[in-house]
Design a protein around this ligand. Structure first.
Ligand code: ADP
Length: 422
């Protein structure tokens, strides 16, 4: 058996009568099987828990209530790979009701082989070889499981190390792009500035072709400046401290719309359905996100159409969903997820941009613990929504739309003293 089982594994013999235990051990030793004689239930537990028990060889006389209980407990507590083989030597009729052997047989996770007295050595050895071969397979499974666990844990460690490494690399890249973008701005401004000076102060002396080139230089420098500004804004959105507070969206939008020149449209274009309510958020990031959405809503309208933008909010369980709807060119369903990626724009549109605005919105909103999305159809306008944790007191009915009519909005406007619904 030593050859079949791992080192230290042996047959535990529990036979209290006369010289039974010694006789059995002699037979086993003669056949090259390692064994140990156990006297008490405590010996049995120690051997099993030490992982040394290849099989339990027990005579019926040894089956004290304590040993039967211990056997039950130990068998049920075995690791998944193990089913301890038990060989029971009995002189009673095995079918006899009330036999201790029958009691022992009952219960889960125990494989019991019965041998009747008088017992011949050859029968005992043949039985033990068979059960130890089965036990050998169990030890093999245990080793494989241990190997798998070791592999998994080393894999997890490697994944964690690689993730940390990647995070560090991403941080370095972000820091690098931030500093490059930052440093690029000054030469770009000089470029644009000098081109404009040349165009303004020396226009009369310059041939038309030179003026065209200078104009192109000034516009390219401006485009590049916009790009670096957006990269800087994106880096800020990914790296800034996100200390969130309760934010009153009505005041936030009122202020943003009052500064409407920055959004590229007159305030008449905007209709804010109040009350928008309050959310948990980071004010500078919210201003950045909503001005990007409002700016896009103004920008992506067909030529000759006046932009009409509506902002409203609704409660959605613990969330407050703020929507910015426009009457613009809309977005095809196939593009609606993609446009939230960095530098992603819809092909074939002549409207200038960098493709970073929505990536900033997504990043910032996610960092505030919220979600962002869009519903739209080509030619039918777009509705961008941002969902953030609500800071509103419990609402009467979750999910109930709270957008009010334009007239009702106008009435609230006066009482609140904030100019939003126009
Ligand atoms: P940019 O506006 O600089 O191009 P964004 O990341 O803000 O970059 O937007 C990505 C693209 O998504 C835009 O180029 C445009 O094609 C599309 N898009 C964004 N907002 C709207 C909108 N309100 N209506 C139609 N298309 C939009």
């Amino acid at each position: 058996m030593s050859a079949d089982l791992p080192a230290g594994a042996r047959v535990l013999i529990m036979a209290p009568l006369g010289a039974d235990a010694t006789n059995i051990q002699n037979v086993l030793t003669g056949a090259g099987l390692a064994s140990k004689i156990g006297r008490t239930e405590a010996d049995f537990r120690a051997d099993i828990l030490g992982g040394n028990c290849g099989a339990l060889l027990v005579t019926e006389e040894a089956l004290s209530p304590a040993l039967i209980r211990a056997l039950g407990e130990v068998c049920e507590a075995q690791p998944p790979w193990s089913d301890l083989p038990v060989v029971l030597i009995s002189s009673l009729d095995l079918a006899q009701a009330g036999s201790k052997g029958v009691t022992l047989l009952r219960g889960p996770r125990r494989i019991v082989t019965l041998l009747e007295r008088p017992l011949r050595s050859v029968t005992l050895l043949a039985t033990l070889h068979a059960v130890l071969a089965a036990r050998h397979r169990q030890y093999e499974i245990r080793d494989l499981l241990e190997e798998r666990d070791a592999l998994l844990s080393s894999l997890e460690t490697r994944v964690a190390q690689r993730t940390a490494e990647l995070q560090r690399m991403v941080q370095e890249m972000e820091a690098f792009s931030y500093s490059v973008s930052h440093d690029l701005r000054s030469p770009l401004r000089s470029l644009a500035g000098y081109a404009e000076v040349l165009l303004e102060d020396f226009a009369a002396e310059l041939p038309p072709e030179a003026r065209t080139y200078l104009d192109k230089i000034a516009r390219a420098a401006k485009r590049m400046d916009n790009l670096t500004q957006d990269v800087l804004a994106y880096t800020r959105a990914t790296r800034c401290e996100m200390e969130t507070t309760t934010v009153d969206l009505d005041s936030l939008f009122a202020e943003m719309i009052e500064q409407y020149p920055a959004l590229g449209a007159s305030a008449e274009c905007f209709r804010v359905q109040r009350p928008l309510g309050r959310v948990r958020g980071h004010v500078p990031s919210l201003v950045q996100c909503f001005s990007n959405l409002l700016g896009n809503a103004v920008k992506f309208v067909p030529p000759g159409r006046a932009p009409r933008i509506e902002v409203c909010a609704e409660q959605n369980g613990p969330w407050r969903r703020v929507s910015v709807k426009d009457n613009g060119i809309g977005i095809e369903p196939g593009q609606q997820e993609r446009i939230f990626g960095m530098f992603e724009r819809v092909a074939g549109r002549e409207i200038p941009g960098t493709g970073i605005g929505l990536a900033i919105v997504k990043k910032a909103v996610e960092r505030m613990g919220g979600k962002v999305g869009v519903t739209s159809a080509p030619g039918a306008g777009a509705e961008f929504w941002v969902e953030l944790l609500s800071e509103e007191p419990a609402r009467p009915a979750a999910g109930q739309k709270e957008c009010v009519t334009a007239e009702a909005g106008a009435a609230t406007e006066e009482s609140a003293g904030v100019s939003v619904t126009r």
